[in-house]
Design a protein around this ligand. Structure first.
Ligand code: PAF
Length: 289
């Protein structure tokens, strides 16, 4: 695996690969990689000739009181993991390389960015859409891989790609979980030993929401309130939101039907954790998507 830190160098390298007819897969990340990211790399490895993983903690997607400065970073460990999973190129640009000037041009998908995480993280998805657009222009991949854990992010990126005609296939990779159900996340490192068992409440609340749907409940507010109750009853956990929404609009419909996302965000100590289930809700039952 080679490490590249400059855009012009990456472009030169990938132009040659493209001229040789190679298919390129991109895995955009903010580093501090774990098994969840490796599932993205493995999927990209299977589908493409050249796998590029980017590691860039993007300041544009952090709010003023968020954890940009303290976001966990370990490029050496990231490089080892990526190499072990057959990644070809690690692209790790500096902030100055990505943003040499203040970004007066930004990309926004307002219709999908103000709900769920957008309520407590205003501007977050504009930062994500902007950096992902830049990475798409820099790498020009055939396919790009994102984790389903960030369900709203996937919805925003899919819509951006559709609206702006990026010739890129977006691949969403299922959530990788710990044995007790906690979704793998770089932010799990913030959990203390005492907090860690309480963090499974997001998964337990989602399971409860799903079981209500399986029993025939179709009201988004009933399902959302039931999930919120489970989270709020957990010691040391503060609910941000629990919602049951249509996967297309990220809004609560009158009755849940078809592609649906149960989504939860909660603070466990100083870690803000998110999780979701994506389900197909039918009159004859509920299927995981
Ligand atoms: O999911 C992430 O790690 C980030 O939001 C992404 C897509 C790499 C953009 O910075």
């Amino acid at each position: 695996m080679i490490q590249i830190h400059h855009i012009h160098e990456l472009r030169k390298h990938l132009n040659e690969e493209r001229r040789a007819g190679k298919r390129i897969g991109l895995v955009p990340t903010m580093g501090y990689l774990h098994e969840g990211h490796m599932a993205l790399v493995d999927a990209a490895r299977k589908d493409n000739d050249v796998v590029v993983a980017s590691v860039f903690v993007n300041p544009l997607q952090f709010g003023p009181n968020e954890d940009f400065a303290n976001y966990p970073r370990d490029l050496q460990h990231d490089a080892e993991l990526l190499a072990a999973h057959g990644c070809d190129i690690l692209f790790a640009p500096s902030v100055e390389e990505m943003y040499p000037k203040p970004m007066v041009t930004q990309v926004e998908v307002p219709a999908l960015s103000t709900q769920l995480c957008g309520k407590t993280r205003p501007g977050h998805f504009r930062g994500v859409a902007t950096v992902v657009s830049k990475l798409f222009h820099i790498v020009q991949p055939d396919r790009a891989y994102f984790g389903q854990k960030d369900g709203q992010q996937v919805a925003v990126i899919r819509r951006m790609v559709e609206d702006l005609n990026f010739p890129i296939q977006i691949v969403a990779v299922p959530i990788v979980r710990e044995a007790d159900g906690l979704a793998k996340s770089s932010r799990n490192v913030y959990l203390t030993q005492e907090e860690r068992p309480h963090a499974t409440v997001l998964y337990r609340a989602l399971q409860h929401g799903k079981s209500l749907l399986e029993k025939g409940e179709r009201s988004p507010s009933v399902v959302a309130s039931a999930m919120a109750e489970v989270v709020s009853a957990e010691p040391g956990v503060r609910l941000d939101y629990a919602e049951a929404v249509s996967l297309d609009t990220l809004e609560a419909p009158e009755r849940l039907s078809g592609p649906t996302m149960l989504a939860i965000a909660a603070y466990v100590g100083k870690a803000r954790l998110i999780d979701n289930f994506q389900l197909d809700v039918r009159s004859d039952g509920v299927r995981t998507l």
